[in-house]
Ligand binder design. Structure first.
Ligand code: OSB
Ligand code: MG
Length: 374
């Protein structure tokens, strides 16, 4: 395969309801999609990727405009020069570019999608996925009041979601968690995500969460605080799960060996791609560390790929793989449907979803064409 051209689609899709985390309140999903064209032995093939970079550099250092820029200036020129491009070597070709994991991951997706289409292979079968459906959990943003929170969570439970994750921050933690347990009981799967909003000084406070039978607490401390997460994990009985801190397989190995991660949230974008994410899955499985698939409010392309990834055997906890309807009135691919607490793993070649050009056009802000400089 030889990469012949790239079109970036900068899109903004309104959210069904605002999504509030400890670091941001979002009312629309902004991202860019990669449409990459390749010359192959079977003619021209198009592969799609989706970047999980957010509009602002508040979850990690990456952001949409930065991803577009690094793709245009640095990532694309390197890949245009490769004669026999394979998804397995994208990370290696890009190894001299420091950081920009989400931008690299999106590009690797486009190569992977095209390569699998040529091979007539689904992403699930390529990876070695073992299930046809994956449990679908929902991530619930912070709400303005407890009654509102209970109403929102009650709604998701009625829809059949397999697990509830609640965003927390200082001042909005113990009370909402206690209220949710009081209202809905102790039997459903419930976890919290702090998105790095605390410091180790808060250990005694966070320990109060141990009373609520949570599946795990996700990323209470900063991205660079792997060692401090290990110290906090020793003080809490709630299993410690890392998200932001796991930026690579090496970081995962460090976290596991330091005792900082009882559980790992795997997000391919955060670690530079699905193939690096697979390494983390394998490493965690070898160490008996549970993993689950995180989410970044992906549109249909990303969610389809996530569902395939989550069909690997080490994903033993429900992921943030909700249906399209959780965040969007309308998706840019066919709808990803949550039914009976699961999402179906796509079976078609590549990521197995198709971009709807009309919907895409409706949500497009900007289109950037990138071609090889002769
Ligand atoms: O920390 O998991 C997170 C969304 C954006 C940035 C970070 C996170 C999230 C979510 C959304 O929790 C999960 C989803 O996509 O369903
Ligand atoms: Mg998280």
């Amino acid at each position: 395969m030889k990469l012949s051209s790239i079109r970036l689609h900068n899109v903004a899709v309104p959210l069904v309801t605002p999504f509030e985390t400890s670091f941001m309140r979002e009312t629309e999903k902004e991202c860019y999609l990669i449409e990459a064209t390749f010359d192959t032995d079977s003619g021209q093939v198009t592969g799609w990727g989706e970047s999980v970079a957010m509009s602002a550099p508040l979850y990690s250092s990456e952001y949409v405009e930065g991803g577009i820029d690094v793709t245009r200036r640095w990532i694309a020129p390197i890949l245009f020069d490769v004669e026999n491009l394979r998804a397995e070597r994208v990370a290696w070709h890009l190894r001299h570019i420091i950081g920009h994991q989400m931008a690299k991951a999106a590009m690797e997706m486009a190569v992977l999608d095209a390569q699998l289409q040529v091979a007539g292979l689904s992403f699930k079968d390529y990876l070695g996925g073992v299930t046809d459906t994956v449990p679908s959990g929902v991530s619930v943003g912070m709400q303005d009041s407890i009654p509102e929170l209970l109403k929102v969570i009650g709604g998701y439970m009625e829809e059949g979601y397999a697990r509830i994750k609640l965003k927390i921050k200082p001042g909005k933690d113990i009370e909402p968690v206690a209220a949710v347990r009081k209202e809905f009981g102790d039997d459903f799967l419930f976890q919290v995500d702090a998105n790095a909003a605390y410091t180790l000084v808060d250990a005694a406070h966070l320990k109060k969460l141990d009373d609520y039978g949570l599946l795990l607490i996700e990323q209470p401390l900063g991205e660079a605080d792997i060692r401090q997460h290990a110290l906090l994990a020793k003080q809490m009985s709630t299993p410690m799960c890392l998200d932001e801190s796991i930026v690579s397989a090496e970081a995962a190995a460090d976290a596991i060996s330091l005792g900082a991660a009882d559980v790992i949230n795997i997000k391919p974008g955060r670690v530079g791609g699905y193939l690096e994410a697979k390494k983390i899955h394998d490493l965690a499985s070898a160490h008996g560390v549970a993993v689950w698939h995180g989410g970044m409010l992906e549109l249909g392309i990303g969610r389809a790929a996530n569902a395939a990834m989550a069909s690997l055997p080490g994903f033993t906890l429900p992921g943030d793989i909700s249906g399209s309807k959780r965040f969007f009135h309308e998706d840019i691919t066919e709808e990803i449907v949550q039914h009976d607490g699961v999402v179906d793993v796509p079976t078609g070649p590549g990521f197995g979803v198709t971009v709807n050009r009309e919907t895409l056009a409706k949500f497009t802000r900007d289109t950037i064409d990138i071609t090889p400089q002769k």
